[in-house]
Design a protein. Structure first.
Length: 590
């Protein structure tokens, strides 16, 4: 009988590795967006800093595994067999759900997905138990931690609104102070700005990143929690003086320092707090198996109340291995780049309608029109002189030799906005954590980035409808995540409960097939995109001979492709090959 559960543990271990890869691909945007978008340092430096943050954070994540064991459901109400089915269903659903979002290039919340998957799985088994006994439906709340589920939903709504609004206000004020001539203003305000930003980020590391670290003693944790004001004040004075010294004496751009430290902090917090989303369930299953084997009881009668005990600690070597897998995925995942491109496109400072990723819709157009009308109303209230001074702060300096610059090499936004992104996200997540609100790093970092881009006037009258539509698509995807995660996990648990080992084998084969097809489709999409960019490569041409040569190449390429397509279509019609005709039609559209 125990052999079945060993097979389950092996399956969970494999799913954990897969979940780590798809999870990092989705969440990498949280801590790489600001550094990559601003091009403050080289891409290699960014990756090294983020990798160190992940490794350190992975070792701090042991105390956060409780949410998978008993944060959503009450394990004392379920048998060992029940919790193993729950954990398997959750991992199968999570892997497939995150992979779908990654393939679409949309960032979603791994926290929300794992929470609602646990909730859906637990509710399904609770319903099965209630139907099979004389218990009433009012006992459903005894199986589920309803208080935590309510906090999650409230946290989603609050974090979306606050992150956008505060990010917008802080960026607007920062831009008024620094304008787009950052180098001139940095000598005057760089020290204070650096002090505030680095203080916020280091406080974020202490409160959010180190929360639940197993190596911290209770005395140290107590002192940190009860002396937060002192910690902030000391850090503010020290980092302000340090930043001013860097600017005035060593002539170092303090914004680069802020971006590097902020990237490390968010990567550390991601691994330290979000790793439970990927390996928390498999670790809980392993610990459940240990409790069951030590008891020598029947798996259908042994209740799992021990999972809720506070002294249950995740094995250190599991955390270390998981951290290594995350770092490897960060360096090799192509889907992570796709998710990053989505947020870059929505936050880019300069764009036109042809470059936008999302199509405008009725809601985005209506919101933009309403905002424009509000702006026109404010123009009657604000004095003209003040308006002129404020507008001058948002005037971008003229670029020199712009015709020779490759648009892809230009930063999506400047280092002021990148610093604000990291600073505001750090503050909001720190406050949420200290208040024990379940804020998602994905929600906060994405909405802060959207708020700062809006305040920075990156969304002009032409591109705003595209950007707003993109934000609605991503936010809609978050709520779809919760609904789909709950329903899919509910159904998966029921199938595993009814089909037992046969259903398990079938589900694992299905996961393998779907992941294989997803990766193949993504690789094909990337190849087609690369080919398209190569075929339609717009180069800077300085001579008539260059124009003629480039035109000849492009015309020859087009005629060759048209000839190939024409031949394929004629052959397919002659052979009545419907599949080939459909493929030709897709190629013709491209």
């Amino acid at each position: 009988m125990e052999q079945i559960y060993i097979v389950m543990l092996i399956a969970l271990a494999v799913l954990a590795v897969i979940d780590l890869t798809v999870g990092v691909a989705n969440d990498a945007v949280n801590f790489l967006n600001s550094a990559i978008g601003s091009k403050a340092v080289t891409f290699k430096t960014i990756m090294i800093v983020a990798s160190l943050g992940i490794l350190v954070g992975a070792l701090f994540s042991g105390g956060m595994m409780e949410i998978a064991r008993s944060g959503i459901f009450n394990p004392r109400m379920f048998t060992f067999n029940d919790v193993m089915i729950i954990f398997l269903a959750v991992m199968i659903t999570d892997v497939l759900l995150l992979d779908v979002f990654n393939s679409l290039g949309l960032p979603t919340s791994t926290t929300v997905s794992i929470v609602f998957e646990l909730l859906g799985a637990a509710v399904c088994l609770a319903v099965v138990k209630i139907v099979g006994t004389t218990d009433g439906w009012n006992t459903l709340t005894e199986y589920i931690n309803t208080e935590k589920a309510t906090e999650i939903v409230a946290g989603i709504l609050i974090s979306v609104l606050l992150s956008f609004t505060i990010g917008m206000l802080v960026q607007y004020i920062s831009r008024l102070v620094f304008t787009f001539n950052v180098d001139k203003k940095l000598k005057t305000y760089g020290g204070l700005f650096g002090g505030i930003a680095i203080t916020a980020i280091t406080f974020f590391i202490l409160i959010k990143g180190l929360k639940g670290a197993s190596f911290l003693s209770e005395t140290t944790s107590y002192w940190i929690n009860h002396n937060q004001g002192t910690i902030v004040l000391i850090n503010l004075v020290f980092w302000t003086l340090f930043s001013q010294l860097l600017v005035q004496v060593f002539k170092i751009n303090v914004l680069k320092i802020i971006i590097v430290i902020g990237t490390f902090a968010l990567a550390l917090a991601f691994a330290g707090n979000d790793m439970v989303n990927f390996i928390g369930v498999p670790i809980a299953a392993f610990q459940s198996y240990e409790f069951f084997m030590a008891s020598g009881s029947n798996p259908n009668t042994f209740m799992m109340g021990k999972l809720a005990e506070e002294d249950v600690v995740a094995p250190f070597y599991f955390l270390l291995i998981a951290g290594a897998v995350m770092v490897y995925t960060l360096w090799t995942s192509k889907k992570a780049r796709t998710v990053i491109e989505t947020e870059m496109s929505l936050a880019r400072q300069d764009s036109d309608g042809e470059d936008e990723k999302f199509s405008p819709n009725l809601l985005s157009r209506g919101l933009v029109r309403g905002t424009v009308l509000i702006g026109m109303g404010l123009n009657f209230v604000i004095p003209k002189g003040l308006q002129s001074r404020m507008d001058r702060s948002f005037e971008k300096p003229k670029m020199v030799d712009t015709t020779k610059r490759d648009k892809k090499d230009e930063p999506a936004f400047d280092m002021v906005r990148a610093s604000v992104n990291l600073m505001v996200a750090s503050i909001l997540i720190s406050i949420g954590t200290s208040m024990k609100l379940p804020l998602s790093t994905t929600y906060v970092t994405f909405m802060v980035a959207m708020g700062t881009s809006f305040a920075d006037r990156a969304w002009d009258r032409d591109s705003a409808v595209y950007r707003v539509a993109g934000v609605f698509n991503v936010i809609g995807g978050w709520f779809v995540t919760a609904i789909v995660a709950f329903i899919a996990s509910f159904i998966t648990v029921y199938i595993l409960k009814i089909g037992e080992i046969y259903a398990l084998v079938a589900m694992l084969i299905l996961v393998g097939i779907l992941l294989y097809r997803s990766n193949k489709m993504h690789q094909k999409k990337m190849r087609e995109k690369l080919e398209q960019e190569t075929k339609l490569n717009n180069v800077d041409i300085g001579t008539i001979q260059g124009v003629a040569a480039e035109s000849s190449t492009q015309i020859a390429s087009v005629l060759t492709r048209v000839n190939d397509l024409y031949t394929i279509v004629i052959d397919a019609i002659a052979l009545q090959d419907i599949t080939q005709l459909k493929t030709s039609r897709k190629k013709l559209k491209n």
